[in-house]
Design a protein around this ligand. Structure first.
Ligand code: FAD
Ligand code: DLZ
Ligand code: SF4
Length: 508
């Protein structure tokens, strides 16, 4: 008797995924497919493709080990499917199921494709909620309904109450919801960064690395060395390592940067959470336990939990609330193409060379590098939001549109006109100098604002404010900066704007 086809996407690698609920091993078949369309709709970083293909293969083998029938299309098999829809069509032909079950996808374009599946295959398709998220898209829409202000902080408090993390009855642990002010320390030279565990590729991963080297040679980024976890077991080890070794200092140095240290005290768990090898709830619970055991301080644990039940859930809510129009947002009318150095990392600006170089090498940069170095540059230089979205979506191992787009459109570019951020995250070189050791070995001088040796962030910052003065004049959170701009000597401002123009004209 025909059973149910259960289609699992590459970022749905959780044993508890809703599409596997009620699976009958005697009748059902799980379908998974490595397809060119997903790997190339943007040309993803080679490490990201290798990570996902390998994690998919390990996950499928885990299910096989439970006696579950798997229909798995490996990439590059002769006549293999090129798209998710094509993969499913072939599986339907092979198995003639009575229905198809999927979990809602992370991207709007894939949900659009799913909407056609039932008619296309002549078979009922059930799209189930993704219960790995702690707030459903409907709950988010209900929360947003009728609110003028959709700030993350209000949403986050609701989520703390709802999950009970770090709560003492009705009150937040420590008497405050947010310890962000305690999470902005520069990292003193005397503090060493702990060595990370490396997960050496097994045979299965080696085969995937060969495949990616052969078939995705033109894609961005270094493939080797590859040492990221690809199994649930290793993902749990990575979580344990983080909680034990890095979480205690995560809070204090969350915003810090140091040359040659891509991870500092960050978790590097985002790709594991986003593809399903770790669940957001279990990461929060482990961090909370570390707080109660006296192993990690409140500013660290609150900061970590806020990123996950606050920012992560919030950006997903915004994405589904505002798509499809959100993708085209461009409130500041930015249109400059991406400079070449976004691909090569070759620029005299040491902070950008470090952040982009590490992105190339690792498919990873931590939040402050993404936000205050690369993002800040994109904002001040007026880079085209569509090009910036595509870049962030393809270069990071944790990038899917639901999380990348609001961070780019709303957080770094202010392209949604202030829906997500109450003011643009714009900063001059002084911020980067305070939070990093990058400036000391830069060819530019962070103290100068005019001329060929001036740190480009300085003239770009004032040029940005001057360009958008009218828009920001009414924003109370920008009042101080606008007042400083207005007090500035006209000749000095003109000289800075000329320096900015010369710099921008030099970008290729
Ligand atoms: P940690 O600092 O250890 O944080 C813990 C966890 O919190 C992360 O693993 C992640 O799951 C979550 N988190 C933290 N900040 C955010 C945030 N702003 N939005 C959503 N989740 C968050 N994150 C992605 O997962 N995918 C993306 O494609 C992505 N694109 C980004 C683009 C830009 C322009 C910016 C500014 C941020 C982006 N982020 C993205 C958020 C954040 O930078 C990464 O989640 C983080 O750097 C991942 O490293 P980590 O696991 O070491 O994070
Ligand atoms: C990112 C990605 C890549 C590179 N490859 C595949 C794939 O071959 N098969 C698959 O099922 N999923 C892949 N993914 C993840 C999808 O792009 C992701 O599921 C959608 O973007 C929806 O979030
Ligand atoms: Fe970056 Fe300016 Fe510092 Fe150079 S001087 S590292 S460009 S902030």
């Amino acid at each position: 008797m025909p059973g149910t086809l259960r289609f699992i996407l590459g970022d749905q690698l959780s044993r508890s995924i809703s599409s596997l609920d009620g699976l009958d091993p005697a009748r059902d078949v799980v379908v998974m497919a490595e397809v060119g369309e997903e790997a190339t709709y943007v040309p993803h970083h080679r490490k990201k493709i290798a990570f996902l293909f390998s994690a998919m293969r390990h996950f499928a083998d885990g299910l096989r080990g439970e006696g579950i029938a798997i229909d798995y299309a490996a990439f590059g098999e002769a006549g293999g499917p090129v798209s998710l829809t094509e993969a499913l069509r072939r599986a339907v032909e092979r198995h003639r199921p009575e229905r198809i079950v999927v979990t809602e996808p992370g991207e709007w374009r894939v949900l659009q494709a799913m909407a056609d599946w039932s008619e296309l295959f002549g078979c009922p398709v059930e799209i189930r909620e993704d219960q790995r998220f702690l707030c459903s898209t409907q709950d988010f829409a209900d929360w947003a309904e009728g609110r003028k202000d959709l700030r993350m902080e209000f949403f986050y408090r609701e989520m703390r109450r709802r999950t009970g993390y770090l709560m003492r009855g009705k009150d937040p642990e420590g008497g405050a919801w947010n310890f962000d002010k305690e999470n902005r320390k520069p990292l003193p030279e005397t503090i060493a960064v702990p060595e990370r565990p490396r997960f050496a590729p097994d045979e299965k991963t080696r085969r995937v690395l060969d495949l990616v080297a052969r078939d995705f040679a033109g894609h961005f980024g270094d493939l080797e060395p590859f040492d990221y976890p690809v199994t649930r077991e290793d993902a749990l080890k990575a979580l344990d390592w983080f909680v034990e070794n890095a979480l205690p200092r995560y809070g204090d140095y969350q915003d810090a940067m140091r040359a040659g240290e891509p991870l500092l005290f960050h978790s590097n768990l985002s790709a594991l959470i986003n593809c399903g090898l770790l669940l957001p709830a279990e990461c929060c619970r482990r961090a909370e336990d570390a707080f109660h055991a006296g192993h990690a301080p409140l500013n660290a644990v609150e900061g970590f939990i806020r990123q996950i039940i606050g920012w992560r859930e919030y950006v997903r809510g915004i994405y589904w609330l505002k798509m499809p129009d959100y993708a085209a947002s461009n409130a500041l009318g930015a249109d400059r193409p991406l400079p070449d150095f976004f691909w090569t990392g070759e620029t005299g600006m040491n902070c950008l060379a470090q952040a982009i170089g590490e992105t190339r090498a690792n498919a990873y940069a931590h939040h402050i590098q993404r936000l205050m170095v690369i993002g800040n540059f994109c904002l001040l230089a007026g880079l085209d939001p569509r090009a910036v979205q595509e870049w962030y979506l393809l270069v990071y191992h944790d990038a899917y549109e639901w999380v990348e787009m609001p961070n780019v459109v709303g957080m770094i570019l202010f392209a949604d006109g202030g829906l997500l951020a109450s003011k643009p995250y714009a900063a001059s070189g002084a911020y980067i100098d305070r939070m990093s050791d990058y400036c000391g070995s830069c060819r530019y001088d962070v103290k100068q604002r005019v001329g060929p040796d001036a740190c480009p962030f300085n003239p770009l910052y004032w040029d940005f404010l001057a360009r958008h003065r009218r828009r920001f004049a009414g924003n109370r959170r920008m009042a101080m900066m606008i007042a400083t701009l207005d007090r500035m000597d006209a000749a000095q401002l003109a000289a800075m704007r000329a320096t900015a123009a010369t710099f921008l004209a030099s970008l290729r």
